[in-house]
Design a binder for this molecule. Structure first.
Ligand code: 4AD
Ligand code: MG
Length: 432
């Protein structure tokens, strides 16, 4: 039986001088009279293979001359270190088989971003998208690893919901057998009841927001890592978030080194992330923005410009704590030290890459929760099930939600959030 070697093993010098089998897709091809140069690609990397007339059978040579990029092939040959080869290694081919002759590939150099995204199903074979998706895989793995180590159970929450979790305006309505319901904006509300069964719970699932804003950081369907923890106050919640983010960053630096290198990202960018993260209050943030000349007042939300003032020059994440009640959600814990505010936090990514976490201690006092609902004018009857959990053994608890796609966008210094998702959903794109 043929054993196929992953290309990265060749590039790592593990097969110098050996005869090996490789398989994959023709990434690039250059045809000369007596020679065909193929850049062969598998998920682990690309390597140059040289097919010389006379070194392979005439039938195989003719096949090599007639194939187009993205054809699927297997080759047998010897691996040699070669400084002239683009990746430092070259395969001298002594036999090959074309398993599938590709048609003319529609993606060429210098296509517009729009067109590339129309061909997302093909474009994801590019090294840029492949590497970004492999980093994404490690982020998912490391997040689960950290939370499991800390005793969290992974669970699920429904995507169809009848109550509103965050801001009403961004809801996607669904016709559910004649009843108006929504796609969930957050799994938080259905995670909280579960901590009375399991104490520490998390879910990694999509959240849906009818974001009309065409920005670099908004998807209509994004991946949300949400955790809820019993016996955990605001301080404990801050600590949980910074440990989690640090663990994810260090894991990616360690386990996706070659992908980072190919994407031109230094692993130090991620290894420099260290706990404790800096913390400022919302009130301090407003003062800092005012000093920089922004037209902003206490009570306003911190938008892109403000985030930029606060984080452009930073290399590490920044917590902003204790936001005004008016701009945050009703389920957050009242802050006795500054009654205008809740015990909440956002976590801002370095270099103006925006908010990646929203978190808070949750209001565990049933009367305060009812007051909050009254203040925002919502009907407590709809939230009966959510209020109920404060009636039977209410426990101090906190939680947070990480925007996974935003975190990876920062990690890889990408211009747009869509490039970390296989099939991004935005206000202007639902195809393919
Ligand atoms: O700040 P948000 O709205 O908080 C919540 O939904 C809480 N219920 C979470 C919780 O405590 N369990 O959203 C959390 C994070 C944001 O900080 C952001 O990173 C991300 O989700 N996010 C988006 N990411 C991409 N596209 C969008 N449209 C996003 N909206 C929020
Ligand atoms: Mg938020």
């Amino acid at each position: 039986m043929k054993v196929f070697t992953p290309i990265h093993e060749v590039l790592d010098g593990e097969h110098d001088g050996e005869s090996i089998y490789l398989r994959g897709w023709v990434h690039r091809i250059r045809k000369q009279k007596n020679m065909v140069f193929v850049i062969l690609r598998d998920p682990s990397g690309v390597v140059q293979a040289v097919i010389k007339e006379g070194n392979v059978s005439q039938k195989e040579y003719d096949a090599a001359q007639s194939m187009l990029i993205e054809s699927l092939i297997t080759i047998h040959g010897s691996a040699k270190a070669d400084e002239r080869a683009p990746e430092g290694y070259e395969i001298q081919v002594n036999s090959l088989e074309v398993l599938h002759y590709a048609e003319e590939f529609p993606l060429t150099e210098n296509l517009s971003i729009e067109l590339l995204n129309d061909y997302r199903h093909l474009w994801m074979r590019s090294r840029k998208l492949t590497n970004a998706l492999k980093v994404r895989d490690e982020v998912f793995r490391a997040a689960r690893e950290y939370l499991r180590q800390k005793g969290f159970y992974e669970t699920t929450s429904p995507m169809f919901v009848s109550t509103i979790g965050e801001e009403g305006a961004e809801l996607f309505e669904v016709d559910y057998f004649g009843e108006k319901i929504y796609l969930t904006q957050t799994s938080q509300m259905h995670l909280e009841p579960q901590l009375f069964a399991m104490e520490k719970v998390f879910t990694l699932a999509p959240s849906f927001r009818g974001e009309k804003s065409r920005t670099r950081k908004h998807l209509t369907e994004f991946w949300h890592l949400e955790a809820e923890e019993a016996w955990c106050d605001h301080e404990c919640n801050i600590n949980r978030q910074e440990e989690l983010i640090t663990h994810i960053c260090h894991s990616v630096a360690k386990n996706r080194l070659s992908e980072l290198e190919e994407l031109d990202i230094s692993p130090d960018r991620l290894l420099d992330i260290q706990t404790p993260f800096d913390r400022i209050t919302y009130s301090e943030a407003i003062e800092m923005c005012q000093k920089e000349g922004l037209d902003i007042e206490w009570g306003d939300d911190l938008r892109t410009e403000a985030e930029s003032v606060l984080t452009d020059d930073r290399k590490n994440f920044l917590f902003v704590e204790f936001y005004p009640k008016e701009i945050k959600s009703f389920y957050m814990k009242h802050n006795e030290e500054d009654p205008r505010t809740y015990k909440n936090n956002d976590l801002l990514a370095p270099e103006g890459y925006a908010e990646i976490i929203g978190g808070s201690q949750r209001e565990d006092d049933v009367n305060k929760l009812l007051e909050n609902l009254k203040r925002i004018g919502d009907d407590p009857e709809k939230y009966k099930w959510y209020i109920d959990i404060r009636r039977y053994g209410s426990v101090i608890h906190s939680g947070f939600g990480v925007g996974i796609d935003r975190l990876i966008t920062w990690m890889l210094k990408l211009d747009h959030i869509r490039d970390v998702v296989p099939f991004p959903r935005t206000v202007s794109r639902i195809y393919p």
